[in-house]
Design a binder for this molecule. Structure first.
Ligand code: S3P
Ligand code: PEP
Length: 421
């Protein structure tokens, strides 16, 4: 169901403190690692949104116990994985790429499907890799069926992960449970979103798994147990960026409490990005605070490592004083939608000038007018429309419900932020 939403226009500089829910990427990794662990685990402050509840439901369908604990935590009790099971991936890259390598450990058939937009997201690399490692899987895209044999020989596999880092992360997350572990070698154009692979490696090590990532584009996971543990989930720093952008575009000040001093999330690059737009950024005991300038500067930036931030960056660039260029994100044509085409189309429809390039976008700011901003079922397209709507009267986002993919109540958080003084 889609839901059109009139984006509120800010009545002045936005001043607010905005707590943001847990990280999608950390929550879904912690769920998979807990499901494959040797005992019961707890996730504290997990994200509970569409992507993570789909992951929890998929694990439950495979025989894992996922129960509600105190204060919104999740308690995970591993069980022998078994089919037959149906897995709904929704539009979640982390479900469609992290779960098949785990489902290969199940006995029985596991059928994967997802939203219409999910059926065109790249999957061939990871399904081909699983076949090379000994799995029996039909198809190269959603929907597909994995005929689980209760385990996998594992070993070395060569992949081209230039379309998504999630191909590598997915194989590594389950690899310790394969008889021979797993060695993933990447050959091709550079792997995008590499902080997310470092997040995978770091969480595997926290769970006692031996990982060698000392050679570029090669990851070795030794076979062995995955330790049960308590996972504390950081706030989602990428989902913090629309709120920080509200300060940037209105000359206001927004603080995100609980911002980690160090992090493997690519949102860690947020500080530098906002500074380059001309904002003042401070990290102190209150959290991360962004103060907006009188006018935003344009920038020339390679977002390969932080590609999921592109929609926020394009919204800011469209409202800046000078032109911007975004490079290094060719693969985001395979995200929730073709984000390069979608961003160019929506900014252009409101009167902006945007050119698509092979690996990104060139944005020349022009005065924008109101109109419908299409989300293409993509949560970050929707939040980009909300940012533009803060300073351009009459913007309506056609499907604000798409934000539930990673934020349970984005419209509520947005109006609370605007109501704060
Ligand atoms: O592993 C993860 O949690 C993610 C990896 C990235 O995917 P790509 O490598 O496909 O960009 C990122 O964009 C996505 O939002 C989350
Ligand atoms: C690319 C994204 O999501 P997914 O995990 O579905 O790939 C994203 O959240 O920007």
């Amino acid at each position: 169901m889609t839901s059109q939403w009139s984006a509120p226009t800010a009545q002045g500089p936005v001043h607010a403190t905005v707590p943001v829910p847990g990280s999608k990427s950390i929550t879904n990794r912690a769920l998979v690692l807990s499901a494959l662990a040797s005992g019961g685990s707890a996730l504290r402050a997990p994200l509970r949104s569409r992507d993570t509840t789909l992951m929890a439901a998929a694990l439950a369908a495979l025989g894992v116990g996922v129960a509600d604990g105190p204060d919104g935590s999740w308690l995970v009790s591993p069980g022998a994985l078994r089919g037959p099971a149906d897995v709904d991936c929704g539009l979640a890259g982390t479900v469609m790429r992290f779960l098949p390598p785990a489902a290969a450990l199940a006995v029985g058939d596991v059928v994967f499907d997802g939203d219409e937009h999910a059926r065109v997201r790249p999957m061939g690399t990871i399904l081909g890799a699983l076949r090379a490692l000994g799995a029996d899987v039909d198809g190269d895209a959603l929907p597909f069926t994995l005929h689980g044999k209760g385990g996998l020989p594992g070993g070395e596999v060569v992949v081209d992960a230039s379309a998504s880092s999630q191909f590598v992360s997915g194989l590594l997350l389950s690899g310790a449970r394969y008889e021979g572990g797993v060695t993933v070698v990447h050959r091709g154009e550079p792997v995008p979103s590499s902080p997310h692979i470092r997040m995978t490696v770091s969480m595997l090590r926290e769970a006692g798994v031996v990982v060698d990532d000392s050679v570029a584009d090669r990851w070795r996971v030794e076979p062995g147990p995955i330790a049960a543990r308590e996972w504390r989930v950081e706030p989602d720093l990428s989902n913090a960026t629309p709120f920080l952008a509200a300060a940037a575009v209105t000359g206001g000040e927004v603080t995100i409490p609980g911002w980690p001093a160090t992090t493997t999330q690519p949102g860690g690059a947020v500080r530098e990005l906002f500074e380059r737009f001309g904002c003042a950024v401070a990290l102190d005991e209150r959290g991360l605070t962004v103060r907006g300038p009188e006018r935003l500067s344009g920038l020339d930036v390679d977002l390969r490592d932080e590609s999921e931030l592109t929609p926020t960056v394009v919204a800011l660039a469209a409202l800046a004083d000078g032109p911007s260029r975004i490079r290094g994100v060719a693969h985001i044509r395979g995200h929730e939608t073709d984000r390069i085409a979608a961003l160019a189309a929506e900014v252009t429809r409101l009167g902006g000038a945007v050119e698509e390039t092979d690996d990104g976008l060139v944005i020349t700011p022009r005065p924008l007018r109101g109109g419908v901003w299409r989300a293409y079922a993509d949560h970050r397209m929707a939040t980009a429309g909300a940012i533009v709507g803060l300073v351009v009267p009459g913007v309506a986002v056609d499907d604000i419900g798409s934000t539930t993919k990673t934020i349970p109540d984005f419209p509520g958080m947005w109006s609370t932020m605007l109501g704060a003084r």
